[in-house]
Design a protein around this ligand. Structure first.
Ligand SMILES: *Cc1c(COP(=O)(O)O)cnc(C)c1O
Length: 350
């Protein structure tokens, strides 16, 4: 792979001779075979697209590099976003690299600490809003209508353009699209982006078919499944704690055009999928990222036959961003003095 998303996929991106070309290492994330889970789930091949390997630890970097490059091309000096955490971490990092200022509005008390630490260290201007994500996004929209700052939420079409490169990478590695793509759904930009990517690669003859799109929302934040906005979304999966997704219609189009579904997983299902992914595959995902695997496990438990299918679950962000949830539910571990005999006994070696 050439250097970064902009350079590698430029013919599919809104890159012009005036677009600054740079990277801090986004893209080219691993597609990891989850062999230990295939038998239990009953599928032929299962892969995890681990987007936690991006420079700020989530897929947001793919879209952000394009959004920031275009903002610079258009002469912008500042960017702004509303964020449940990962968009702000990414915006702040790319703005820092490019000498732009980043303003981020986060819902107070509802952002994982690792993500907040990222925004702080990258020196973003942080506003903690007494309100939820949907209200933060409304503020940001109003501000960008009045002031010369560039909006870098996924309402910015350049974000979707960059994020679609993850679909390209999957096809480039597998040689074709998978049969199914499982993906968490929050503000619904990512499912929109993947579907766009798969369609474009299919039209370009790079893929022989398009996957069935399987989106999953958290039970307490499932507006698309319910068919109406959720005023007070609640879930441990803070990255998908969104009650009124910006890309609602496009997500529904991705579902319907692909003969897919958008369904619900509970917080318990999300957390047990997170643990399973870590303990069986060595991949530590943040809770929202495990909604894809949780959805697959749910479908398989309901009797859906995947025995001849090739499946990709998108693992959207890194678990190190949100360690609280794991530490809170951990079993107590042995505390022992520095005494060899006691430790051998504790381990069970004697
Ligand atoms: C942003 C994000 C999501 C949700 O993606 P949408 O495009 O908002 O649907 C899921 N998981 C993680 C880790 C995220 O950062």
């Amino acid at each position: 792979m050439k250097n970064g998303v902009l350079e590698h996929y430029k013919e599919y991106l809104p890159v012009t001779p005036d677009t600054p070309m740079f990277t801090i290492g986004e893209g080219n994330t691993p597609l990891i075979r989850a062999a230990n889970l295939e038998k239990d789930i009953g599928c032929k091949e299962l892969y995890l697209k681990f987007e936690g390997c991006n420079p700020t630890g989530s897929f947001k970097d793919r879209g952000m590099v394009v959004a920031i490059a275009k903002a610079i091309e258009e002469g912008s000096k500042a960017v702004i976003c509303a964020s449940t955490g990962n968009t702000s971490a990414s915006a702040a990092a790319y703005a820092a690299y490019c000498n732009l200022s980043a303003i981020i509005i986060v819902p107070q008390g509802n952002i994982a600490l690792g993500k907040l630490a990222q925004a702080i260290v990258y020196k973003a201007k942080i506003i903690a809003l007494d309100g939820n994500f949907d209200q933060a996004l409304n503020m940001v929209r109003s501000i960008t209508e009045k002031h010369p700052v560039t909006l870098v939420n996924s309402l910015n079409p350049n974000r979707i353009e960059g994020q679609k490169t993850a679909a390209f990478e999957i096809v480039d590695v597998l040689g074709d699209a998978p049969d199914y793509l499982f993906i968490p759904v929050g503000n619904a930009g990512n499912i929109t982006a993947y579907w766009k990517g798969f369609k474009e690669y299919h039209e370009a003859g790079k893929a022989g078919h398009r996957p069935i799109m399987m989106g999953f929302q958290a039970e307490g934040a499932a507006p698309i499944v319910l068919g109406h906005p959720v005023e007070k979304p609640e879930t441990v999966a803070t990255a998908i704690r969104i009650g009124n997704p910006a890309s609602w219609e496009k997500a529904v189009a991705a579902r319907d055009e692909s003969d897919g579904i958008i369904d619900i997983v509970t917080d318990d299902e999300i957390l047990s999928a997170q643990k399973l992914m870590a303990s069986k595959c060595g991949i530590f995902a943040e809770p929202a990222s495990a909604a894809s695997l949780a959805g697959l496990i749910k479908m398989s438990a309901q009797g859906k036959d995947f025995s001849s299918k090739k499946i990709v679950c998108v693992v959207t962000g890194h678990g190190l961003k949100d360690t609280d949830i794991v530490l809170k539910s951990s079993e107590p571990f042995l505390e022992l003095p520095a005494d060899l005999a006691a430790i051998e006994k504790g381990i069970g070696l004697v």
